[in-house]
Design a protein around this ligand. Structure first.
Ligand code: NAD
Length: 325
C-alpha cells in the first residue's frame, strides 16, 4: 500500500501560518527540513510563525493557492493544509472554502507532480459527516448532506480526496491522505468558534460556558503536537492512506466544559444553547491503521494538553491586558 519512504530535505506547507500548519512548520524545521510556508492569511496570521522567521531554512511567502502555486527550486514534499477549518470560518467563507479544496488542491498537486515530490493532503473527519458507524474506520464512506450548511467544507474535502487519488492512479504522483480529527492546542484563535478556545475564553473571563444541546454529544480531541507528529509520520512514509489521525478517547462536551472550569479555577456557570444544524452527535476515529502503518498513537493526555492550552491562552490574555494598559 504505498511507495518506499524518501529523503525529505525541502517541504512546502500551504496554510503554514495557520494553527496546525505552524506546528508542522516547526516540527519540520526540528527535523532539519527546509520549509517554504505559503499562506494568504485568510484565517491564519504571520504571528503564528513569527518565532520561526529567524530559523535557518524557513521562508514565509504570501500566496493564495487558488490563484497559482509557483515555488522555485527543488521540493521533496508538499503538505496541503490551506483551508478555513472551523465551522465559523467556512460558513462565513463558503466559496473560498470550496475554491481552496478544489483549485488549491489542483494547483498543489500540480506542484508536487512537476517537482516529483511526495504530496500529503489534509483531509478531515468531516468527510464522514454525521456518521452512522462508530468508531469511524477509513473504509466507511460517510453520511454527508451536500446541501446542508457544513456541505461546503465536507464536500470540498471529499473532492480533494478524489482529486488526490486521481493524481496517484492516473499520473503516478506519490500522494498520501490524512483524515484529521478534532485537534486543539496553542495558536488556536480565541474567536474561531470551536468549543475548546470558546470554553477557555469564557472560563478565563468569568463568562458562562455555552454548551450546545445537552452536552452529551462527544468529540475525541487530540493535542496538536501529537497530531502534527502523526501527520509527519504519514508524510515521511510512502503510504497512500487515507489514515485517520486523532485521539480515540471520547469526551462529552459537558465533561469538557466542566474540566476547563476546573483547570482554570473559574467560577463561570455552564449554560445550554441550541445545537447547530447538522452537528454530528458522535465522532471517534478508529486509529488501528495509524498504529499499524505508522506506529503512531497520541502520547499527551487530555488533562496535560488542556492544561498547556489553558496556560497558553492565559498568557496571551495577560499580555493583551498589559498592552491595553
Ligand atoms: P487554520 O484556519 O488555522 O489554518 C488554515 C490556514 O490556511 C490559514 O493560515 C489560512 O490563512 C490559510 N489559507 C486559507 N485559504 C488559503 C488560500 N487560498 N491560500 C493560501 N492559504 C490559505 O486551520 P487549521 O485548524 O490549522 O487547519 C489546517 C488544515 O487542517 C485545514 O486543511 C483543515 O481542513 C485541516 N483540519 C484541521 C483540523 C483541526 O482540528 N484543526 C481537523 C481536521 C482537518
Amino acid at each position: 500500500m504505498g511507495q518506499p519512504a524518501r529523503t525529505i530535505r525541502r517541504a512546502v506547507v500551504t496554510g503554514g501560518a495557520g494553527f496546525l500548519g505552524s506546528h508542522l512548520c516547526e516540527q519540520l524545521l526540528d527535523r532539519d527540513v527546509e520549509v517554504v510556508c505559503l499562506d494568504n492569511f485568510l484565517t491564519g496570521s504571520p504571528d503564528n510563525v513569527a518565532h520561526l522567521l529567524e530559523r535557518p531554512g524557513f521562508r514565509l511567502v504570501r500566496c493564495d493557492v487558488t490563484d497559482y502555486v509557483h515555488v522555485p527550486g527543488e521540493v521533496d514534499l508538499v503538505l496541503h493544509f490551506a483551508s478555513p477549518a472551523s465551522p465559523l470560518d467556512y460558513l462565513r467563507m463558503p466559496i473560498e472554502t470550496l475554491k481552496v479544496g478544489s483549485l488549491g488542491t489542483l494547483h498543489t498537486l500540480g506542484l508536487a507532480h512537476d517537482k516529483g515530490a511526495r504530496y500529503l493532503l489534509a483531509s478531515t473527519s468531516e468527510v464522514y459527516g454525521d456518521p452512522l458507524e462508530h468508531p469511524q474506520r477509513e473504509d466507511y464512506w460517510g453520511n454527508v448532506n451536500p446541501v446542508g450548511p457544513r456541505g461546503v467544507y465536507d464536500e470540498a474535502k471529499r473532492f480533494s480526496e478524489a482529486l488526490t487519488t486521481a493524481y496517484r492512479t492516473s499520473k503516478g504522483t506519490d500522494t498520501g491522505i490524512v483524515r484529521i480529527f478534532n485537534t486543539y492546542g496553542p495558536r488556536m484563535r480565541a474567536d474561531d468558534g470551536r468549543a475548546i478556545p470558546a470554553f477557555i475564553g469564557q472560563a478565563l473571563s468569568g463568562r458562562p460556558l455555552t454548551v450546545a444541546g445537552d452536552g452529551s454529544q462527544t468529540r475525541s480531541i487530540c493535542y496538536v503536537e501529537d497530531t502534527a507528529r502523526g501527520i509527519l509520520e504519514m508524510a515521511f512514509s510512502g503510504h497512500a492512506g487515507p489514515v485517520n489521525i486523532g485521539n480515540p478517547d471520547e469526551l462529552s462536551m459537558l465533561r469538557l466544559a466542566e474540566w476547563i472550569v476546573e483547570l482554570t479555577g473559574s467560577s463561570s456557570p455552564i449554560e445550554f444553547i441550541d445545537l447547530p444544524v447538522d452537528d454530528p452527535k458522535v465522532r471517534r476515529p478508529d486509529t488501528t491503521r495509524a498504529r499499524e502503518l505508522l506506529s503512531w498513537r497520541p502520547s499527551v493526555s487530555s488533562e496535560e494538553g488542556l492544561r498547556r492550552t489553558v496556560d497558553w491562552f492565559a498568557t496571551r490574555l495577560e499580555a493583551a491586558a498589559v498592552t491595553a494598559g
